[in-house]
Design a protein around this ligand. Sequence first.
Ligand SMILES: Cc1cc2nc3c(=O)[nH]c(=O)nc-3n(C[C@H](O)[C@H](O)[C@H](O)COP(=O)(O)OP(=O)(O)OC[C@H]3O[C@@H](n4cnc5c(N)ncnc54)[C@H](O)[C@@H]3O)c2cc1C
Length: 499
Amino acid sequence: MTPGIHSFPDYPAELELEADVCVIGGGAGGCATAAALAETGHSVLVLEEGRAWKPKDFRPIAPWAFKHLYAGHGTRATRGNCIIPLPGGRGLGGSTLINSAICFRTPPEVLESWRAKFGCVHFTDEWMGTCFDRVWRTLGVGVNPPSVQRKNNLIFKEGVEKLGWKGGAFMDRSAPGCNGCGVCQQGCPSGGKMSADRTFLAEAVARGTVGVYPECRVDGVRTEGRRIVEVGGRTIDPEGYRTAGHFRVRAKEFVLAAGSLGSPRFLLANGLSAGPVGTQLFIHPTSGVVARFPFPIEPWTGATQGYYVDRWQQGYLLQTFNMPLDQYYVALPLPPSLSLQYLSQIRDMASAGVVVHDEDSHGSVGEGTLTYHLGDQDRLRMLEGIRGCAEVFFAAGALEVAVGIQGAGLIHSPSEITKIVRDETPAWDMALYASHPMGTCRMGADPKDSVVNPEGRVWEWDNLSIADASIFPSSLGVNPQVTVMAVGLTVGRIVGQRL
Ligand SMILES: Cc1cc2nc3c(=O)[nH]c(=O)nc-3n(C[C@H](O)[C@H](O)[C@H](O)COP(=O)(O)OP(=O)(O)OC[C@H]3O[C@@H](n4cnc5c(N)ncnc54)[C@H](O)[C@@H]3O)c2cc1C
């Protein structure tokens, strides 16, 4: 292994590499793991299926972004009692390449339940506090000023304040240099957002013992007794996304960080675990609400997601969001004829949505399957949140509101909200979306009920750990990137101590 960031043209047809630790997947978890391991002085090799990107490479065009930055070229969706798009990132930085930069520390109640119910003894409040502080420093986390938030965020704030609701606030974001161009989910072209590759991974590489190999998809594994000896896979031509050659990597320790879909699929494809792999998928289902105002909002500009209302105790959050115009058209919760008319007035629209803390929903990941059934209580909380967003918009002066319910049409006044957003609305009539896959390789103290032990090690193996969102034993109810990075720092530290 040679330190530094490599790329496809450097690779021979058959690439053979060796390091102390091999990290599979270069997303939030993988980059933080590499940073923690690099501090121990051991050699670390990071394998990532997607490319290495620079801010100047990104183009704010949805088809371009889906093709190059999104897993499955943007086609990933769950099936169940409704169909839910479930995008994820692909490339060094993983989903942080395309995320909205929102940062929340893990709620203390969640950490307490992980320790009490699942034996996650390493996630103490004290240790996690040091991880969160480190994430804040490394990613430059903070609140963006009102000049960057712009009208889409400020109008929601105004509505919340007019209603006199508690819990409204600007969100911390990992985008200290945000200029409000509003295209976070197509890759940040200004470099104002600090994705995991530009922070944790860059820090790791600067130590001189880390080699990063993008365009390398890991497929297989060779084992001896209880140890993984080697992983192998395909190098991928970044132009045509075709297999160009093959690679093999030998290491003393392996850390799987391929995300909540990639990690269980790797374990399943290679028969590496007898545990409940792929079960208990959580996604934070969401639904969007769009409102038209008698004045310009310009929802395509401003911090992509800047303001929220904390209803965590009630099982959901309200969060603003904006999108580039092409995505608004696809996502508008209206019949096509009305969408066209609405799109012509998009300058005057604002948007926000509900993020639901999965409690009675259930989902799973198989080698070729992805399912999610929205539970009844989660459905009711979603509807409550949709009503909340509509109320806020009317309080802020909206003329009409569109909700993600099939056939609902437009809501013209606050008194119509409960008539249109009814508790009887079935899941299959709701337009939902999710971008926070969690769980599927849960951590626990009992091998019958978990995939990794409290140290993050897959029960069946002495040198295979997992460090991504898949090890979450439950849903968080808040945006997960900070918790994933804390998991990476934790597992990286433990693996480093074992070497
Ligand atoms: C559109 C969008 C917006 C979001 N907004 C926010 C937000 O504002 N705030 C927040 O907290 N969270 C947000 N998230 C979620 C957050 O980014 C993720 O929770 C986090 O990045 C997950 O980290 P991870 O390491 O588990 O997986 P990822 O970051 O997804 O990384 C997994 C990596 O593994 C690679 N991989 C998979 N299989 C293989 C293989 N076989 N071989 C090699 N490499 C492989 C993938 O290409 C990918 O790069 C958002 C996500 C999306 C998609």
